[in-house]
Every structure is written in C-alpha cells, then in structure tokens.
Design a protein around this ligand. Structure first.
Ligand code: ATR
Length: 286
C-alpha cells in the first residue's frame, strides 16, 4: 500500500465471518490493481455515518451485507435497474463522489449457473423454491436470460404469489401451489433451492424430494455451507447435474471487482483462496 492505494471494504453486522476481504485482496494482487479491501463492523445506527465516511475518505467501492442491503439505498445517489428490481444493494461504486448502488448477487448467481452447470438458459423451464430475499434477488437476473417459464413455489403460498406478482407479467414469473411442486419439478430443466433448508447444522433436511426431478436436469442450491447439500447429493444420485452455492459468492465478488476496476475478475484464484479459507476453518473446528 502507498499513497495511491484505492480503498474498498465490506460493511455488515456481523462481519467477522466474511470471506470477501481474502477474495478481493487476492483479486487485486493477481491483477496488479493497487487496491486494499477490509471488513468493517457497522451496526444499523451507524450506517448513515459509514456511508458519509465512504464519501469523505473517497473510498472507490464498498460491498454491503446483512442487515444493510435495503436500508443503505436511501443514502445513495443512484440505484441501478437490477438493484431496484432486487430491492437491495450489495455493491456501491464511487464515481467521482457520486455513489451508485448495484446488486451483483442475482447476476452473480446466474453467471455461476451458466459457467458451472447450464450455459444456455433461454427457453428453459426453471423452478425456484422459496420466496424470501434470496429468491427475489435471483428472479430478475434469471428472467433476463429469456427462459420459457419461471415458477416460484413456497411453503407459505401467499409469499410466492406476492413475489411473482411484483414482477412485470412479460417476465413470465408465476407462482405455483406448494402441492403442485412435484408436477412442475418433473418438467423443469433447472430447480433452484433458495430456502435455508439443508444449511448447516441441519444438513440432512431436504427442501424437496430430488427424485421428483428428471435425470439430466440441473439441481442448484444457493447454500454453500455445506458445499454439497443433501438436496444436491440426492439429485446427483438421481442422475441430475448439480450446482452449489459457492459460485454465487465468487461471482457476486467478481462483478463487484469488474464494476470497480473495469477489468475482468481473476475468478479461478478468487475461488481457490476462498476454498482454502474454508478448509483452514474446518481444520480449526475439528
Ligand atoms: P432469505 O432472505 O435468505 O431468502 P427469508 O426471507 O427468511 O430468507 O426466506 C427463507 C425462505 O426459506 C422462505 O421462502 C421460507 O419459506 P416461508 O416463506 O414459508 O417461511 C423458506 N423456508 C425456511 N424454512 C423452511 C422449511 N422448513 N420448509 C420450507 N421452506 C422453508
């Protein structure tokens, strides 16, 4: 670091578990960008001051995580279309003093799905399990790929109906009843779990019977702890292609890097350093 170093960071509460600093600092080192990225514990009462600090100190960029992704929007100068559709901002770019909010979670997820499992989503039938913030974040990005249909199924059916209705009808996003899930899953090319079912420590729980899917279809899970959920293991046994949640994290960071620097992100080293930090943590815990 020297007097030219560009400053970046991530704010959240809690924040000490975040893998973003190791991932982004590795990306800067790999590409020779003179940047530095740190994690800042910002409680909700200090959010406004934190954003004023970004302006005052001239940080080039910031990632925003739970619980600030919605609240932060009111302190920014401009919100991208994708962030407005997702209803949340996770990446801020400081363009000569103007703070612009983006959402790279949904597009990061879709880029990971395309790179790692299904390169062409156009004309495909996609089923999304769950209707929370994570589902909202990916629906708009999925719809940009021109799928034949996107169905949302949720245990609390009213939430699925409300979520689907919040998007323009021409995006082809519709809700299906929870007990209609089996028949749409059988027709689906891609089934995506956005619920927390199967996340550590409840690693045996299933959001849906993976045998409802047809062999060859793609099963995708936003969960990355564990890296392979029970849903993905079952789908693999069924003969499905599988896609885990780690790629979403890597590619949301890759897009942030690209928005800040204008350069392609070094995705392979970013993934490598994140995977290595998981292995270290697992070794420490055992
Ligand atoms: P997030 O913002 O991470 O998506 P959320 O808004 O709490 O979190 O949403 C969690 C999602 O997981 C919801 O779709 C929730 O279903 P409900 O709307 O019915 O609560 C879903 N979910 C959580 N536990 C579940 C379970 N045991 N079975 C089925 N769905 C579950």
């Amino acid at each position: 670091m020297d007097s030219h170093t560009l400053m970046f960071g991530v704010i959240g509460d809690p924040i000490r578990h975040s893998k973003s600093p190791v991932m982004l600092n590795r990306a800067f080192r790999e590409t020779g960008v003179n940047g530095a990225y740190a994690a800042f514990h910002v409680v909700p009462e200090r959010l406004e001051q934190a954003i004023a600090g970004v302006r005052g100190l001239g940080f080039r960029g910031l990632n925003v995580t739970i619980p600030h992704k919605v609240e932060v929007m009111k302190y920014l100068d401009e919100i991208s279309e994708g962030a407005r559709a997702a209803g949340a901002v996770n990446t801020i770019v400081n363009e000569n003093g103007r703070l612009i909010g983006y959402n790279t979670d949904g597009i990061g997820y879709v880029r990971s799905l395309k790179e790692e499992a299904e390169p062409d989503l156009s004309g495909k039938t996609i089923v999304v399990l769950g209707a929370g913030g994570a589902a909202r974040g990916i629906l708009w990005a999925l719809a940009q790929e021109g799928p034949a249909a996107v169905f949302v199924a949720n245990r609390t059916e009213a939430r699925a109906a409300e979520l689907a209705a919040s998007f323009p009808a021409e995006l082809g996003i519709s809700a299906v009843p929870w007990n209609g899930l089996r028949s749409v899953a059988a027709e689906a090319d891609v089934v995506i779990n956005t619920t927390s079912v199967g996340m550590s420590p409840n690693v045996d729980a299933l959001p849906m019977d993976p045998y409802w899917m047809r062999p060859g279809a793609v099963a995708s899970d936003l969960i990355y702890n564990p890296l392979k959920t029970a849903f993905l293991s079952g789908a693999e046994e069924r003969g499905c292609r599988i896609h885990g949640g780690l790629g979403m994290f890597i590619y949301q960071g890759a897009y942030a890097f690209e928005y800040w620097t204008g350069q392609p992100a070094p995705v392979a080293p970013m993934r490598e350093v994140v995977l290595a930090s998981f292995t270290i943590r697992q070794a420490e815990q055992s």
